[in-house]
Design a protein around this ligand. Structure first.
Ligand SMILES: NC(=O)c1ccc[n+]([C@@H]2O[C@H](COP(=O)([O-])OP(=O)(O)OC[C@H]3O[C@@H](n4cnc5c(N)ncnc54)[C@H](O)[C@@H]3O)[C@@H](O)[C@H]2O)c1
Length: 256
């Protein structure tokens, strides 16, 4: 996929990894729609991008990804503003074991919902122009984690959904590539959730095990993960791929 003048919609992109993905697309001369529940941060990020990349290349649409009506509006507004949609990145995520149903809602249910809305707009076999979906999972999509069982379940779910939808796209000639990205620990605000009992609930007592892992494996910068994100978009051979990014091995793929 040639990214110049493509339009990408990224959920949860007002900060952290989503912001890095948005900036990586802007550097490729694509246009970006940031949607996020954090209104103030979204406005600030759009202002920053307007200054760096021009005022007509970034839009911010406040929304809660768990709301079907709000997400339908986001897709409609994206098409009204930019006339097309080529990329969806399902990035919004939370780590909250106390509100565990909300964690599943944001990390998995909303990701499925947005993927289906994107298919409605993109499917070649239904008159669309094709496109690419990148779902943000995690190394928690592979390994157990005592401090966050439900977050881990949500990320395992993202991988199963991504790989299965990619198969459906292949069999159904949707013209859409659907891939997953699994970062190890990254320097963003979500990492701080492990320091708070209100996030980890009953599993707060196991926080030291994850802190030990962070000390052993280190923390990546969002710009490194954004390079992997761009690779997933630009390499047209990838569909159903699961990219992992770690400090020890860099960018590599899971062989199932
Ligand atoms: N940082 C890491 O170590 C790491 C590692 C692996 C995977 N991830 C995944 O990367 C993704 C991005 O996380 P991050 O590290 O940038 O964390 P972050 O907390 O900095 O960013 C998450 C963003 O999602 C937004 N968001 C949360 N709930 C939302 C909702 N209901 N509707 C719309 N937006 C919502 C937040 O406002 C925030 O801007 C998440 O899916 C996370 O699970 C992060």
């Amino acid at each position: 996929m040639i990214l110049k003048n493509c339009v990408g919609l990224i959920t949860g992109a007002s900060q952290g990894l989503g912001k890095a993905f948005a900036e990586a697309l802007l550097k490729k001369e694509a246009k970006v729609v940031i949607c996020d529940i954090n209104h103030a941060q979204g406005v600030a990020t759009k202002a920053e991008f307007d200054q760096g990349y021009g005022p007509d290349r970034t839009a911010f649409i406040p929304c809660d990804v768990t709301s079907l009506s709000q997400m339908k509006d986001v897709f409609c507004e994206t098409l009204q503003m930019f006339g097309r949609l080529d990329v969806l990145c399902n990035n919004a995520g939370i780590n909250n074991e106390n509100s565990w149903k909300k964690t599943i809602s944001v990390n998995l249910v909303a990701l499925i919902q947005a993927s289906y809305l994107a298919l409605d707009h993109m499917r070649c076999d239904r008159g669309g122009q094709g496109g690419s979906i990148v779902n943000i999972a995690s190394m928690s999509g592979f390994i157990p984690a005592a401090h966050c069982p439900v977050y881990t379940a949500s990320k395992h779910g993202v991988l199963g959904f991504t790989r299965s939808l990619a198969e459906a796209s292949r069999f159904g000639n949707y013209g859409i590539r659907i891939n997953a990205l699994c970062p190890s620990f990254v320097n963003t605000p979500i990492l701080d959730t492990i320091n708070h009992e209100e996030n980890l609930g009953n599993f707060y007592q196991f926080k030291d095990s994850v802190k030990d892992s962070i000390n052993i494996f280190g923390v990546l910068e969002p710009s490194v993960i954004a390079e992997g994100f761009i690779q997933l978009l630009e390499d047209d051979s990838l569909n159903g791929a699961v990219m992992k990014i770690t400090t020890t091995k860099g960018v590599h793929f899971e062989n199932y």
